[in-house]
Design a protein around this ligand. Structure first.
Ligand code: AQP
Length: 329
């Protein structure tokens, strides 16, 4: 079975609709026919300052959300990044292989550092290099991510190629697995920007009160005119709502457009608020259930880490050997 690897940050506690539709939804689908590894990337979370108590809680809440959204720990390997020390170890090797200019060209760093009011740490700069290590450790064939991660995946491939040509074939070159329709979910208040947890306002959080989400959807920025049609260029707001609607219900955009013929933006937003509420309510219930039994949740994660380490340790050992490190017996 082809292998997939992907990760999600535990930073904000709740995932948002962009994380779900752009990434986690694919994770759930891929676990059926793939050898899937999914991790909550707490090492990445500390690239910005975290409150220790909140980080611990958010990591569990993230794992609970993945389970509630359909990740099956008997099929997929679900784990926490810091439980597998090989991530940090291979991360260092990859850092030594990366050019300074190459790292400087990563647009996510430019975006995030320019938005940050606090001092920016080196970890935020080297974040995509650790991400490369995350992926390469598992020799993943595919990496299901949103469009915003495409550049990071290119870096991963470049580093794998460089290592392989310098030391001999060691890493598989992974491919991005990006589902076009939901590759980028846009902010409800600014439908030209991606929905993102660091720009609050138009972001729909999975764990907030659904009434609040429905209200955000009702007050989403739409476009001039009245007609409900899918036209990303001229009607980004309405198109974004149609994308979300379609993804949550499994209905095609065309059939939605046909249904809303003659109706107004208000109708579409009100209905989408209801669709979202209906979808998210049982998800929230399941999240609560997992969090009510932290001991069992931690056990699932420990089991996942053990399976992940079996693969990661093998790759790291081969890598160290190629580099010329003396392998401990
Ligand atoms: N708006 C989005 N549309 C589609 N996919 C998205 N993803 C994030 N935003 C969108 C995908 O979600 C996965 C996990 O993301 P993450 O939590 O690891 O990191 P992120 O990209 O930093 O999330 P945010 O909300 O976008 O945070 P900030 O504001 O910190 O940048 C990834 O696969 C990502 O593609």
């Amino acid at each position: 079975r082809p292998r997939v690897l992907s990760g999600i940050q535990p930073t904000a506690g709740s995932f948002h609709l962009g994380n779900y539709l752009g990434a986690v939804r694919q994770w759930v689908a891929l676990q059926e026919a793939h050898d899937a590894f999914y991790c909550v990337v707490d090492l990445h979370a500390i690239t910005v300052e975290q409150n220790p108590k909140e980080l611990r809680q958010n990591t569990r809440v993230s794992a609970a959300q993945l389970l509630a959204l359909g990740i099956d720990p008997d099929r997929a390997t679900l784990f926490v990044q810091s439980h597998v020390p090989e991530h940090a170890q291979l991360g260092w090797v990859m850092q030594c292989l990366t050019g300074f200019g190459e790292a400087s060209r990563m647009t996510q760093f430019k975006d995030k550092s320019s938005r940050s009011e606090a001092a920016v740490g080196v970890g935020l700069f080297t974040y995509p290099i650790l991400q490369a290590a995350d992926i390469l450790l598992y020799q993943a064939h595919y990496v299901p991510v949103g469009e915003d991660q495409r550049q990071h995946l290119e870096l991963t491939r470049d580093l794998a190629t460089r290592f392989n040509s310098r030391y001999g074939k060691t890493f598989r070159l992974p491919e991005a697995y990006i589902v076009k329709d939901t590759a980028k979910i846009f902010d409800l208040q600014d439908p030209t920007a991606k929905m993102s947890k660091s720009v609050p306002g138009g972001v729909v959080e999975l764990l907030e009160d659904p009434k609040r989400s429905a209200k955000k959807i009702r007050s989403a920025v739409t476009d001039t005119g009245r007609e409900i049609i899918f036209d990303v260029e001229n009607k980004p707001g309405v198109s974004n709502l149609l994308t979300i609607y379609s993804a949550l219900t499994g209905r095609t955009v065309e059939s939605l457009v046909a249904d809303y013929d003659g109706k107004g933006y208000g109708d579409l937003k009100k209905d989408l608020g209801e669709v979202f509420t209906e979808w998210v309510t049982p998800v929230q219930e399941r999240v609560r259930m997992y969090l009510d039994d932290v001991a069992s949740l931690d056990k699932i994660l420990a089991r996942g880490a053990e399976r992940a380490r079996e693969v990661a340790a093998g790759t790291l050992r081969r890598t160290y050997d190629k580099i010329g490190f003396i392998l401990p017996e």
